[in-house]
Design a protein around this ligand. Structure first.
Ligand code: DOR
Length: 431
């Protein structure tokens, strides 16, 4: 059978090397040709309209909860990968806080098996500690041997500093990244929103930003000591951004930082609705924190935008705030929210959402690289002018817990090619 040919026609290619107007011909699973005008392409080619669009390496999410195994009512690897593809992603890192947790080669192997038929690359992350209990280190080497490159107990942070130190030393010998959920549990307590004026007014227990700040400062010190690769997940507070900025300015190069679209665009005031859809850990914070995160994005303190896509079923959300599960979905809205709310140049957006995350998790061979002949065809086509309104019922995720329901957004991914296959065409999933 002849190899599939797909022509992306009329777009502007934007990658880590710059931008130029060009058509892109994909042959099989690789890019065949990139040139100013490829006409109608070879006979039999599927022509996808990219007129007025940006053609770019697919987005890469280093922070996705796919819930499989154990939470299939919220999401599966298949449904989550479809949501990712619709959002313009061609790779996601699957968080290990599943049931059972991905703290062993067996569970990692299971995720890899399920991922084989997914419509984007699914890279399993492994736990730092057994059962994410923060007591005993997980067998990281066994998981690394299967391709795990990022370890995290996300959902909770590693509380014990000496265990974290050993985790960093161990991971460093494996060339892996340790990704920390930065919240000191004793300071966070049972808080269910940011601690401050709003929590007092609403009578809800608060989770102080101090809880994040102290863990960030601690882990920066541990990163300095061990030289290990530390990734600070979903930063939410102005002080933690400043701590990372200072550490980087002082020469600490083995640390990266992440922010989520929700922390970059929403504030604690939304909790005034008492709607648990806005409950997330770390919590939505103040306008000053949002401003500081945005500044961190533009000056390079924050290296990646991760979604922290965290699906939950209605029964986990439609309960009183303090009992509700924390987390919000984000794969299908991340790019649009970033484009609509942050005012960043498209090159910067794509660095934060494609090539920098690809580099972080060592996926550069097939993800986030320049659009040139011979490269793997993991591509998304973005219509920057597209206006749309988020309708939770129309999302591909199995869950509906988006904080952006009803929001009017501008800019959306139109087509996604994964390993050369058009998995999303005209905003519609093809499988
Ligand atoms: O709000 C959150 N939900 N934060 C996390 O770190 C984990 C996530 C989840 O797994 O639901």
């Amino acid at each position: 059978m002849a190899e599939r040919r797909v022509l992306l026609r009329g777009g502007t290619v934007v990658d880590g090397t710059g931008s130029r107007k060009a058509d892109v011909l994909v042959v099989g699973s690789v890019i065949g040709e990139v040139a100013a005008d490829l006409g109608a392409g070879p006979r039999g080619a599927l022509v996808l309209d990219a007129e007025g669009c940006v053609v770019t390496p697919g987005l890469v999410d280093v922070h996705t909860h796919l819930r499989e195994p154990g939470g299939e009512e919220s999401e599966t690897i298949e449904s989550g990968a479809r949501a990712a593809a619709l959002g313009g992603y061609t790779a996601v890192v699957a968080m290990p806080n599943t049931t059972p947790a991905a703290d062993s080669a067996d569970v990692v192997r299971y995720v890899l098996d399920q991922a084989r038929s997914a419509c984007c690359h699914v890279q399993p992350a492994g736990c730092i500690t057994v059962g994410r209990e923060g007591k005993v280190l997980a067998p990281m080497a066994e998981m690394a041997a299967l391709g795990v490159r990022l370890f995290t107990d996300d959902g909770t942070g590693v509380q014990d500093p000496s265990l974290m130190r050993r985790a960093l030393e161990y991971a460093s010998s494996l060339g892996a990244v340790v990704a920390q959920h930065c919240e000191d549990a004793s300071l966070a307590g049972a808080g269910c929103m940011n601690e401050g004026e709003w929590s007092s007014r609403l009578g809800l227990p608060g989770r102080p930003s101090l809880s994040e700040d102290v863990m960030v400062v601690r882990d920066l010190a541990l990163a300095r000591l061990t030289g290990a690769r530390v990734h600070l997940m979903h930063l939410s507070s102005a002080r933690s951004v400043e701590a990372v900025r200072q550490a980087k300015a002082a020469g600490l190069a083995n640390v990266s930082a992440e922010a989520t679209p929700h922390h970059l665009s929403l504030t604690e005031a939304l909790l005034g609705s008492y709607d648990p859809v806005f409950k997330v850990n770390p919590p939505l914070r103040t306008p000053a924190d949002v401003e500081a995160l945005r500044h961190g994005l533009s000056d390079g303190t924050i290296d990646v935008i991760g979604t922290d896509h965290a699906p939950h079923p209605p029964e986990a959300k439609q309960v009183p705030m303090c009992e509700a599960a924390p987390g919000m979905i984000g794969l299908e809205t991340a790019l649009s929210v970033v484009l609509t709310d942050l005012g960043l140049p498209i090159e910067r957006v794509l660095a934060l959402m494609s090539w920098q995350p690809a580099r972080l998790v060592g996926l550069t061979e097939s993800q986030g690289g320049p659009i040139v002949p011979g490269a793997a065809a993991n591509i998304c086509v973005i219509d920057l002018a597209r206006r749309w309104t988020v309708d939770p019922a129309r999302l591909a995720s199995r869950s509906r817990n988006t904080p952006f329901a009803g929001r009017a957004l501008t800019g959306r991914s139109r087509h996604t090619l994964y390993a050369g296959e058009p998995v999303v065409v005209g905003e519609e999933a093809q499988r």
